[in-house]
Design a protein around this ligand. Structure first.
Ligand code: AMP
Length: 214
């Protein structure tokens, strides 16, 4: 099964994707993670995209489509969770062509709907484990023991450079201008389901599971 998670920054796409990886053995394909990896490892492409990402703008379609095509080649039979991709109609078309070649279409597109006001609070307190990637929040989901990851025990944590108010405003604008038209497109194709992303993490996970098991 292949699914797409769509929602503004801070909607909880990454958190829900990680649960599906654990609970259903699916593979998370996050273009944001792939781009951060390229940026941090200092590849030529990583250096080119670093400034675009820090502004909160979208990286070119060509680059992200190339990254996804490469990952799909090595995916095997596991189902994919597309997290943060596609973000433009051109990326949606490219994904469809890539999946057609593999004979494995998209089964569900899930929109995670959240209030814009909640996003600033969610994003500004967000941090993650530098080792296993578990996502935490200063007030709503701190680690059980301060400074130690609940999942893997690491003491290294990361805060994203683009998780600040200016970048968030640009990322939200990019979402409404370039990505939200995809919702109409997938609705017209009969693939779109909407999940309330404002609830507790477990409740949201339950709603996502209900869509997948339909
Ligand atoms: P994310 O981790 O999904 O919030 O992505 C972080 C940043 O990476 C975004 O603000 C964009 O600059 C870039 N990015 C991630 N995915 C894409 C995509 N599918 N298309 C264009 N840019 C992307």
């Amino acid at each position: 099964m292949n699914i797409i998670l769509i929602g503004p920054p801070g909607a909880g796409k990454g958190t829900q994707a990680k649960r599906l990886v654990t609970e259903r053995g699916m593979v998370q394909l996050s273009t944001g993670d792939m781009l951060r990896e390229a940026r941090d490892s200092g590849t030529e492409m990583g250096q080119r995209v670093a400034e675009v990402m820090s502004r909160g703008a979208l990286v070119t379609d060509e680059i992200v489509i190339g990254l996804i095509a490469e990952k799909l080649d090595s995916l095997g039979a596991a189902g994919a969770i597309f997290d943060g991709f596609p973000r433009t109609l051109a990326q949606a078309d490219a994904l469809e062509a890539l999946l057609q070649g593999r004979g494995a279409p998209i089964d569900h597109v899930i929109e995670m709907r959240v209030d814009d006001e909640a996003l600033v609070a969610r994003i500004s307190g967000r941090f993650s484990c530098g080792s296993c990637g578990e996502v935490y929040h200063d007030t709503t989901r701190p680690t059980r023991t301060e400074g130690i990851c609940d999942v893997c025990g690491s003491t290294e944590f990361l805060r994203r450079a683009d998780d600040n108010e200016d970048s968030l405003r640009a990322r939200l604008m990019a979402y409404y201008k370039q990505t939200s038209p995809l919702l109409g497109y997938y609705h017209a194709k009969g693939q779109l389901s909407v999940v309330d992303g404002m609830g507790e993490m477990d409740a949201v996970a339950g709603d996502v599971a209900a869509v997948l098991d339909r």
